[in-house]
Ligand binder design. Structure first.
Ligand SMILES: [Zn+2]
Length: 393
């Protein structure tokens, strides 16, 4: 039954009220006989949005992985590609486990980058597509075809990316055009050509810091403009926006605004990161994600976007309540806006994708991160008291 009344609930920590849900959307009134749920004065927020993760390769549910991987980005990439099969890392099973943990913590939509390479082909894409179908109605999963191992140095990858997009991937991914690809023109031309051919948006991992990242970002901006893809391009990580030379960053902000390019941050501990307060002040759409969790890259992380809001807030040194609220906004409406989610929010007519959280204020909800009392997706209960209604394989 999707007709419900949420009684005694505080939307966005405002005054207590009753909210009604009819046919999966918030409505002015509920029909007689609708299920009534007493929310006990708890805060209601729209569904948490995991806008940058890697569902195909977390090690959740597998034996502990003893990490002895080298320090460079390429060490992690090469190691992961080599050990995936021997670890028993099955993209369908792992993505289902990971997505169910996200459902339990209140996430209602996910953007997942999924590896495409000449070693494993489209196994990741097919596995996550299967999970997407299995969990339809419980969580929305958007798939980014992601050339984790690079495209230019590995012939055949561009063709596989093309196949992945034809098969059902929603977004064209990319990776450090200089640092990993060592061919910025080749890589970015290929990414934008794939986007044009399939009519799909772009989300590029850009870890390159400082001057190198600035150069790559300028190349992405130039192609966004040339291809008329304003509003359709996202840069994930974008560490170069955290560089100390703020005059260079100010010029990048201007160009990002002009071309409506979005930023997704994970609040990474490995680098200086984009400053979410400045992005907000500039009007640059910003989403948040946990990135890979508990994988061969690193042992840390939980599939919990409230925790990610806290980590992004801490990394940005945001201590005031409005700062913590901004970190939460990044992990909710920011990601939803980037993903162009229809009907996101708590207003009448919006899809009833929402989470009951504990706390007196939004900032306290982020800080205490208590188990989520109730999670709804399209008005249907998907998790209660921190446990999803489906069990992981
Ligand atoms: Zn990533």
């Amino acid at each position: 039954m999707t007709s419900k009344t949420l009684k005694n609930v505080r939307p966005m920590a405002g005054p207590a009220t009753d909210l009604h849900i009819v046919e999966g959307r918030f409505a002015a009134a509920a029909p007689e006989g609708a299920e009534v749920i007493d929310c006990g004065g708890r805060i209601l927020i729209p569904g948490l949005v995991e806008a940058h993760t890697h569902l195909d390769k977390s090690l959740i549910g597998l034996p502990w992985y003893c990490n002895e991987v080298g320090p460079r980005l390429i060490d992690k990439i090469d190691n992961e590609r080599a050990v995936k099969v021997s670890l028993g890392l099955h993209p369908q099973v792992q993505s289902e486990r990971h997505a169910i943990e996200l459902i339990a913590t209140g996430t209602t939509q996910i953007r997942s980058h999924v590896d495409v390479d000449t070693h494993h082909g489209l196994a990741g894409i097919e596995g996550v597509m299967e999970t997407r179908e299995k969990l339809a109605g419980l969580v929305d999963i958007e798939i980014v075809a992601f050339p984790q191992s690079s495209m230019m140095p590995r012939p055949g990858t561009v063709e596989l990316m093309d196949e992945a997009l034809a098969l059902g991937a929603d977004v064209v991914g990319g990776i450090d055009p200089c640092g990993i690809e060592r061919d910025p023109k080749g890589h970015l031309d290929a990414v934008f050509a794939l986007a044009e051919k399939h009519g799909k948006p772009i989300d590029i991992h850009l870890h390159e810091p400082g001057a190198l990242g600035t150069f790559s970002m300028e190349e992405i901006i130039a192609r966004t403009k040339a291809h008329g893809m304003q509003g359709k391009v996202t840069i994930s990580h974008a560490f170069c926006l955290g560089q100390p030379d703020r005059a260079v960053v100010a010029a990048l902000y201007d160009a990002l605004v002009e071309n409506r390019i979005h930023i997704i941050t994970t609040g990474s501990t490995s680098a200086d990161v984009p400053r979410i307060l400045e992005l907000k002040q500039r009007g640059i759409l910003t989403g948040g994600g946990c990135d890979g969790i508990r994988d061969t890259w690193g042992p840390y992380g939980r599939a919990d976007m409230l925790e990610r809001a806290m980590l992004i807030g801490m990394k940005n040194n945001l201590r005031r309540d409005d700062g913590v609220e901004l970190a939460l906004e990044v992990c909710t409406s920011g990601g939803a806006a980037i993903m162009e989610t229809e009907g996101y929010g708590l207003d009448i007519g919006c899809r009833a994708d929402c989470v009951l959280v504990e706390g007196e204020t939004l900032a306290e909800a982020v800080v205490i991160r208590a188990p989520r009392k109730l999670v709804l997706k399209g008005g249907k209960i998907t998790a209660q008291d921190g446990t999803a209604v489906v069990t992981a394989p």
